[in-house]
Design a protein around this ligand. Structure first.
Ligand code: NAD
Ligand code: UGA
Length: 476
C-alpha cells in the first residue's frame, strides 16, 4: 500500500481551497499544502481575520481555523511543495477557450498543461498526480505524456508517476457539506495501487460503497455528463416555465407534480433566471466540442440546445421587465436584489444577473444593486462599467436621465422612488422583506419581478404591488 504523508494541491480556488481544507480536517496525519500563483488569493487564505478568506462557503472558515498552520498550509511555494509531495492534485481553472482551435467551446488547458510541466520538473521519487479540475475526455493522456518524458529525462532519474482522475462534484454554497457527505467519490485510473492510495484518504470519512473505481476516461466523461444532465434539467424546467406563463399553469405546481415521480425525482426542478456558475455552460460546450470532434453532430446539437435555451431565457426576463414597465425603462430606478449566481456564495461567474443588468442598463435604466456577499468591485468587473459615482460624463453634465447606469448598496434601504424590484438571487434576507412598508416608498404603479419564487404572492399583492413570478401563468 502506498502511504500518503504529503499532499500538494495546485490551485487555491473554489475547488482546491475547500477540498483540501476538508482532507486536512479529516486526515490530521497528512500534511496538506495548497499552492497558487495568485499571491493576493494566498494572502487572503492566510488572513488572520477569517471573514477575509477569498471564498465564502458556510462551514469553511471554521475548518480553516482548526487546521491552518497545523496540517493545512497556503503558499506560493509551488516548486518546493511539489517536491515534498507524494500526491499532487491539479485543481486549476479550465475556462472555455477564447481564441484559436475550438474557441468558444473547447476548454483552455493551458493552466493544466503548465501544472503538469511543473510537476514533471520539480517532483521527487514517486508521485501520484490527481486530476481534480474538470477536463475533456483523454486529457489524462496529455498529462501522462508530459510526465513520461520527464521520467525518461536522464537528469531526472528515479522519478515516476501515476495519473488518476478524481473529478469534484461539490456545488458552491454547500461545498463543505458536499465534501463531507458526498453522494459518491469517483476515482478513475489504471494502476490499482495508486487508486487504493487515494481510496485510503477518502475512506477516512466516506463509506466504501460510495467510492467508485472506473477507468480514467469514464471518470473524465462522467463529470461532464453529470453537469450536462443537471443543466439540462434547469433548461427543461425553464422552458416549461415559459409554457406555464403562456397557458395559465404554474411551474411550481408542475415541478411538484412531476417531482413526485420517483423516476424523475424532485431536485433541480426550480425554475429561476437561468443557470449560472463557472461550470455548467463551460462543461456543456466542452461536450459539444468533443461530440463535433468525433463527428457526432446530432449529439452536439442536442447539448448545444441546453445552452441556447438558457441564453434565451435570461434575455426573455430583461425583455419582459421592459415590456411590463410600459415599454421603456429609460431613467427608471430598478432595484436588483442579488448578483451572485446562487445564494450562499460570493461567486458571480456566468451569473444570470450579469446579462440581465447589462440589458437593462443598455435600455437606459438606473439600476441599484444589492448583494450581501458580492463586492462592488466584482460587479464593476462583471458589468464592464464603472458605477454612477465614477462616471465622468455624469459628473460633468446632465446626461443623467438619458444613459443607463448602476450603483451598489450595502444596505437594503434603497427602494425610494423605485419603479421595480427584480429578484435574481435567492438570499434568505430577501424572503422576509416587508412589502407593505416598501410599497409606500416605491412609485405607483410599481412592479416586483421575482425570478426565484421567493416572495409570498399574497403579501406582495396586498401591498398593492404588481407581481411577476417566473413560470406563474396565474398572475395576469
Ligand atoms: P478558480 O479559478 O477558482 O481557481 C483556480 C486557481 O488555480 C486560481 O486561483 C489560479 O490562480 C490557480 N492556478 C492556475 N494555474 C496555476 C499554476 N500553474 N500554478 C498554481 N496555481 C495556478 O477555479 P475553480 O472554481 O476552483 O475550478 C477549478 C476546476 O474545478 C475547474 O476545472 C472547474 O471546472 C472544476 N470544478 C469547479 C467547481 C466549482 O464549484 N467552482 C466544482 C467542481 C469542479
Ligand atoms: C454545479 C453542480 O451542481 C456540481 O455538482 C458541480 O460540481 C459544479 O457545478 C461544477 O462542476 O462546477 P454549482 O454550479 O456550484 O454546482 O451550483 P448549482 O447548485 O448546480 O447551481 C447552478 C445554477 O443552476 C445556479 O445558477 C442555480 O441557481 C441554478 N439552479 C439550480 C436553478 O436555476 N434551479 C435549480 O433547481 C437548481
Amino acid at each position: 500500500m502506498i502511504k500518503i504523508n504529503n499532499i500538494c494541491c495546485i490551485g487555491a480556488g473554489y475547488v482546491g481551497g475547500p477540498t483540501m481544507a476538508v482532507i486536512a480536517d479529516k486526515c490530521p496525519n497528512i500534511n496538506v499544502n495548497v499552492v497558487d500563483i495568485d499571491e493576493e488569493r494566498i494572502k487572503k487564505w492566510n488572513d488572520k481575520n477569517l471573514k477575509n478568506l477569498p471564498i465564502f462557503e458556510p462551514g469553511l472558515a471554521e475548518i480553516v481555523d482548526r487546521c491552518r498552520d497545523i496540517n493545512l498550509h497556503f503558499s506560493i511555494s509551488v516548486e518546493e511543495k511539489i517536491y515534498e509531495a507524494d500526491m499532487v492534485f491539479i485543481s486549476v481553472n479550465t475556462p472555455t477557450k477564447k481564441k484559436g482551435l475550438g474557441a468558444g467551446k473547447a476548454s483552455d488547458l493551458r493552466w493544466v498543461e503548465e501544472s503538469a510541466r511543473q510537476v514533471a520538473k520539480f517532483s521527487s521519487g514517486h508521485t501520484i498526480v490527481v486530476e481534480k479540475s474538470t477536463l475533456p475526455v483523454r486529457t489524462a493522456e496529455v498529462i501522462q505524456n508530459i510526465l513520461r518524458s520527464a521520467e525518461q529525462d536522464n537528469h531526472r532519474r528515479g522519478i515516476s508517476f501515476d495519473v488518476l482522475s478524481n473529478p469534484e462534484f461539490l456545488a458552491e454554497g454547500t461545498a463543505i457539506e458536499d465534501l463531507e457527505y458526498p453522494d459518491r467519490v469517483l476515482i478513475g485510473g489504471d494502476n490499482i495501487n495508486a487508486m487504493n492510495a487515494l481510496h485510503s484518504i477518502y475512506s477516512r470519512w466516506v463509506s466504501k460503497e460510495k467510492i467508485l473505481f472506473t477507468n480514467i476516461w469514464s471518470s473524465e466523461l462522467a463529470k461532464l455528463t453529470a453537469n450536462a444532465f443537471l443543466a439540462q434539467r434547469i433548461s427543461s424546467i425553464n422552458s416549461i416555465a415559459a409554457m406555464c406563463e403562456a397557458t395559465g399553469a404554474d411551474v411550481r405546481e408542475v415541478s411538484r407534480a412531476i417531482g413526485t415521480d420517483s423516476r424523475i425525482g424532485s431536485k433541480f426542478l426550480d425554475s429561476g433566471p437561468g443557470f449560472g456558475g463557472s461550470c455548467f455552460k463551460k462543461d456543456i460546450l466542452n461536450l459539444v466540442y468533443l461530440a463535433e470532434y468525433f463527428g457526432l453532430n446530432e449529439v452536439a446539437n442536442f447539448w448545444q440546445s441546453v445552452v441556447n435555451l438558457n441564453n434565451w431565457h435570461q434575455n426573455r426576463i430583461s425583455k419582459l421587465v421592459v415590456k411590463k414597465l410600459f415599454g421603456t425603462v429609460t431613467g427608471k430606478k430598478i432595484v436588483v436584489l442579488g448578483f451572485a449566481f446562487k445564494a450562499n456564495t460570493n461567486d458571480t461567474r456566468e451569473s444570470a444577473a450579469i446579462q440581465i443588468c447589462k440589458d437593462l442598463i443598455d435600455e437606459g435604466a438606473d439600476i441599484w444593486i444589492h448583494d450581501p456577499k458580492v463586492s462592488k468591485l466584482q460587479i464593476e468587473k462583471d458589468l464592464e462599467m464603472a458605477p454612477i459615482e465614477q462616471l465622468e460624463e455624469i459628473k460633468e453634465n446632465k446626461l443623467l436621465s438619458k444613459i443607463g447606469k448602476w450603483r451598489f448598496s450595502k444596505s437594503l434601504d434603497i427602494f425610494d422612488k423605485a419603479h421595480a424590484v427584480l429578484m435574481l438571487t435567492e438570499w434568505k434576507e430577501y424572503k422576509n422583506i416587508d412589502w407593505i412598508d416598501i410599497s409606500k416608498k416605491m412609485m405607483n404603479p410599481a412592479w416586483v419581478f421575482d425570478a426565484r419564487s421567493i416572495t409570498d404572492p399574497s403579501k406582495v399583492e396586498s401591498a398593492n404591488l404588481n407581481l411577476w413570478r417566473v413560470g406563474d401563468g396565474t398572475s395576469k
